[in-house]
Design a protein around this ligand. Structure first.
Ligand SMILES: [Zn+2]
Ligand SMILES: [Zn+2]
Ligand SMILES: [Zn+2]
Ligand SMILES: [Zn+2]
Length: 334
């Protein structure tokens, strides 16, 4: 590379010239043995071909290259160079260290990028500005964007096809696992743990709820409430294979012993407030619904702790609370 000798103002000492490019040393490096100096770019390129000094042919490897002496750096630092676009009207006189950046951004550089002020706002090389036609350029841009959109659409359609294939495969795997779980107790245990984890992941997406009146709990939903809860579970992204499991847990005969009768619930009323509950979005207007998930409620007494999750429907008295949620633990939760 090197700085163009023709642009330097005044006399340049010969030792400041690169023997390879014959211009003024740029990022100079010297051989630690023979002390000949070169531009870093020039000598690195040279060494890829030959491992000898281009001046005296002594051995020269990349590890022998060191920065030049302070004296030489000072001499280079005193040189002044004109801008490459002096002929285009630039009067700048620069130290070598500022040359490259100045030239790249020099307003007299015909290739410097400027913003079109005729309306399109595109960035155009200065020397093309005269020929630049906003409408033509914008039309080009539009055409490119239309192509891009159609490519993205194709890609999206492809991804959707793959997604539905994956969903079908997942369903098959789930049937298979269900079959295994019914016949093997180890797999049943692992499966239960995975279910609890899947429910917790889903649960994290639901807002926390606070129940004001536990007395308004409905223990046996009618058909329309049942439908409403199912719809709410589905719409909130509850894992598909657990919807039926949770639906069964809408009824008091599937609840833990401490909730299983009205008497038990009355007896435990003061402890129910310790439940961590999550609000279910219910599509059909009606009763507020909460889920009480195993993973949220390990602090509860055993006779009140849900195996997986309980769905509770209330007549009223449920509010959404905005509490900061701790991140979901990974494997240690299992
Ligand atoms: Zn050079
Ligand atoms: Zn040498
Ligand atoms: Zn300039
Ligand atoms: Zn324009």
């Amino acid at each position: 590379m090197g700085y163009d000798l023709g642009l330097i103002v005044g006399h340049v000492d010969e030792e400041l010239l690169c023997p390879i490019c014959a211009d003024v040393l740029e990022e100079p490096m010297q051989s630690s043995s023979c002390e000949h100096a070169f531009c870093r770019f020039c000598i690195e390129k040279w060494i890829q071909e030959k491992q000898i000094c281009p001046v005296d042919r002594s051995d020269l490897l990349a590890i022998h290259l060191v920065p030049v002496s302070r004296l030489m750096r000072n001499m280079l630092g005193r040189l002044k160079i004109r801008c490459s676009f002096a002929d285009n009207g630039c009067a700048a006189l620069l130290p070598l260290s500022e040359f490259r950046e100045h030239v790249a951004n020099c307003q007299n550089n015909p290739k410097v990028v400027v913003t079109c002020t005729k309306g399109c706002g595109m960035k155009v090389p200065k020397d093309e500005l005269a020929r630049h036609n906003c409408i033509f350029e914008l039309r080009e841009q539009l055409r490119e964007q239309i192509n891009e959109i159609s490519e993205l659409r194709d890609m999206q359609a492809h991804q959707e096809r793959r997604l539905s294939e994956h969903r079908r495969e997942l369903e098959l795997v789930q049937y298979y696992i269900a079959a295994l779980r019914s016949t093997n107790s180890v797999i049943r245990n692992v499966g239960d743990q995975l279910d609890r984890y899947a429910l917790m992941r889903w649960g994290r997406s639901l807002p926390l709820a606070s129940v004001r009146t536990w007395g308004s709990l409905i223990s046996t939903p009618d058909t329309s409430m049942h439908m409403m809860v199912r719809e709410g579970l589905r719409a909130s992204g509850c894992p598909m294979h657990l919807i039926n499991v949770l639906m069964d847990c809408c009824y008091e005969d599937s609840w833990p012993e401490g909730l299983s009768t009205l008497e038990m619930r009355r007896m435990n009323l003061h402890r129910l407030a310790q439940y961590v509950t999550r609000l279910l979005p219910v599509l059909i207007t009606g009763k507020p619904c909460v889920v009480v998930l195993c993973g949220d409620n390990s602090h509860m007494a055993e006779n009140l702790r849900p195996v997986l999750g309980i769905v509770m429907i209330f007549i009223d008295g449920v509010d959404e609370t905005h509490t900061e949620q701790a991140p979901l633990p990974d494997s240690d939760y299992l």
